[in-house]
Design a protein around this ligand. Structure first.
Ligand SMILES: O=C(O)c1c[nH]c2c(-c3ccccc3)cccc2c1=O
Length: 462
């Protein structure tokens, strides 16, 4: 059984980019066999002999979570980092109470409407540790019939006790940025123990950048540490050169939409798109702003999905926000993932990329917890002197040159199989599919009663 496989033989180690989608129940098994993982695979003994773990997330079903660990790991110390307050926090404690190995840690959320969205696992084994950064809540439904993204780190070996701890970081400063993100939670004994554990591991094999968000009004040296300005900073130093990506579109794909302002120039096509279209700051060439394409399910995508209209319960785009930003609809494309067998697996994954006009190449790619909102990515305040972020978010950025030294771009379709190319497993189909004249973006708080969904039901939110 897989229990006996050494970690290096299993399919997870084989994926060059460590980027997976979650397994989906109800699609041909072929689409779940390569580059797909379930939560039980991630927690399985074939990944390592677990000593303790930490789970960062927004929604938790604690009894369900415990059942996802192999039986022999269910009593290992487990730290749960959440953002629940008041009644939700009480419920969480009630559900955790019967597990003596579970400790709860409440992330401070002093800013209104901020949430602890970050989805991350620390898995400490007897021979090293792994970091997993993903997009799924710790509830059954998020791992059952949705499209979710998972980045699983290589096994990070423990540093020898005599090795000085300044060793063991990667070309992307993965460990430094991870520790800085954790530092933003403030003083919590258990989190500080995990920071020490991380310092004791060699993460030099991590090939991704961390793009995190922490609540606050970030100014001065901290202004470029988080949200879309962190992305801007990384792309200024390590992004594509302007001449290569001139006129390449930016694509954003997400499962929720915030209040973006009354016009695109308020935030979407100004500061946010400017960060995503940042190129390596060598020339003074002032680039024209690229086209922005957005992917968000239309009502028909939700109605036809495996879950039917209830998939929309995890696509919380409100009529209140939508009516204030009709311009947003002009950017929209349908959710289609035929290439991954997931056109009917409603998206909860969030991905952002810069793609060539012929959809053959990617300049970079992000998978993250961050939806399309100012709360997640941050918004300038005080004449661009500070970045205001409401929520905790975390994602990873793939840059070709950091994955392989001389690699300039990722390939999208399997055409260019020349040696200096690397295929990137896109979660969704290119070219993108526009909305039809009658398509509308899914809104979760209005009724749909003219056509039944794939389960034969209508949608009548209270
Ligand atoms: O972190 C995540 O992934 C998610 C965060 N909020 C969600 C909500 C929600 C929307 C407004 C207010 C509170 C909660 C509803 C449905 C799914 C999600 C969700 O999936």
């Amino acid at each position: 059984t897989s229990e006996k496989m050494s970690p290096y033989e299993n399919y997870i180690e084989a994926a060059p980019l460590n980027f997976f989608l979650t397994k989906v129940f109800g699609i041909p098994n072929h689409y779940n066999s390569s580059l797909a993982v379930g939560i039980k695979d991630i927690l399985s003994a074939s990944m390592g002999n677990l000593i303790s773990s930490a789970q960062f997330n927004y929604m938790f079903d604690i009894p369900w979570l415990v059942q996802q660990y192999p039986e022999q790991f269910r009593s290992k110390p487990l730290l749960i980092i959440h953002g629940s307050q008041r009644a939700d926090k009480t419920t969480l404690h009630e559900n955790a109470h019967r597990y003596p190995n579970i400790t709860l840690c409440q992330a401070k959320l002093d800013i209104m409407y901020g949430t602890h969205h970050s989805k991350m696992m620390f898995l400490l084994y007897d021979n090293g540790m792994r970091v997993v950064i993903h997009t799924a809540n710790i509830i059954h439904n998020d791992w059952y019939q949705k499209t979710q993204g998972v980045w699983i780190s290589p096994l990070f070996p423990k540093l020898a006790s005599d090795q000085d701890l300044s060793q063991g970081d990667s070309v992307t400063q993965f460990r430094k940025d991870l520790l800085e993100y954790l530092g933003a939670y403030g003083t919590n004994k258990h989190l500080q123990e995990w920071q020490e554990t991380i310092r004791q591991h060699d993460m030099s094999s991590a090939k991704v950048f961390i793009i995190g968000s922490v609540p606050g009004r970030h100014t001065g040296a901290s202004k470029m540490k988080w949200g879309h300005l962190k992305l801007r900073k990384v792309l200024q130093e390590h992004g594509p050169d302007g001449s290569t990506v001139k006129d390449w579109p930016v694509i954003g794909q997400f499962s929720s939409v915030g209040s973006l302002g009354s016009g695109p120039e308020n935030w979407l096509s100004s500061e946010w798109l400017e960060s995503l279209s940042t190129v390596q700051a060598n020339g003074i060439v002032k680039l024209s702003k690229p086209k922005l394409n957005l992917i968000f399910p239309c009502v028909e995508n939700v109605r036809r999905s495996l879950e039917g209209y209830p998939a929309g319960a995890s696509l919380p785009y409100s009529i209140k926000n939508a009516r204030k930003q009709q311009y947003f609809n002009t950017f929209l494309h349908q959710w289609r993932a035929f290439s991954r067998g997931r056109s009917r697996a409603s998206p909860h994954i969030k991905t952002y990329t810069r793609i060539s006009p012929d959809a053959q190449y990617l300049a970079w790619f992000i998978v993250t917890s961050a939806n399309l909102s100012k709360a997640a990515w941050g918004a300038y305040e005080k004449n661009n002197s500070q970045l205001f972020i409401r929520s905790y978010e975390i994602g990873v950025l793939f840059v070709p040159s950091k994955v392989e030294e001389n690699l300039k771009l990722f390939n999208v379709q399997g055409v260019d199989s020349s040696k200096d190319s690397m295929l990137f497993p896109l979660p969704w189909d290119v070219p993108l599919t526009s909305y039809t004249q009658t398509d509308r973006p899914w809104l979760w708080d209005i009724a749909y009663t003219d056509k039944p969904d794939s389960q034969g039901n209508m949608w009548c939110p209270s």
